[in-house]
Design a protein. Sequence first.
Length: 188
Amino acid sequence: MEEDQVIIAAVKEDDWMMSILAAAKTLDLPDWWICAGFLRSKMWDRLHGYDQRTPLADIDLIYFDAGKVLEVDEKRYEAMLAEIMPDVPWSVKNQARMHKRNHIAPYRSSVDAISKFPETATAIGIQLNSENELVLAAPCETGDLMNLQIKPTPHFIQHEELFHIYELRIAEKGWQQTWPQLCVFSSA
């Protein structure tokens, strides 16, 4: 898809983003991805014509390892990444355990977990593969992200009891103040 290639090209030309991905790759985690705001904010900044990067609250590194589901392992990985890039606010989460926190059925993989993020524009991940090529995971596709639309993922639409979480996030994040061209879907 052409939109996917635009995203990959934008990351490839961004030395900071590439260094984040290279650092994450050093951990050699199974089924790992940098996701959520990392790509969303990059593309929204670009689509708004911003020269300066919008600061990120954290860099979300997810992985899937059903054999090691202790939070202490995630904290150890965060510390290892902080040694490599101390100015980066790392957040490492094993998706093999996150379904419990979210009170839903177990995820099958990291990409399955990404598909169950609240917003389609956030349900996107990127990694460096073994050949150091960028690989994009967009289980909800990239159209909403590239069209500046915030919509709930199919998972949040299918489970009405979750829709309030989506709406709370929209209210709390204040994305429209940072990126005024965004169009937000709500139930109202």
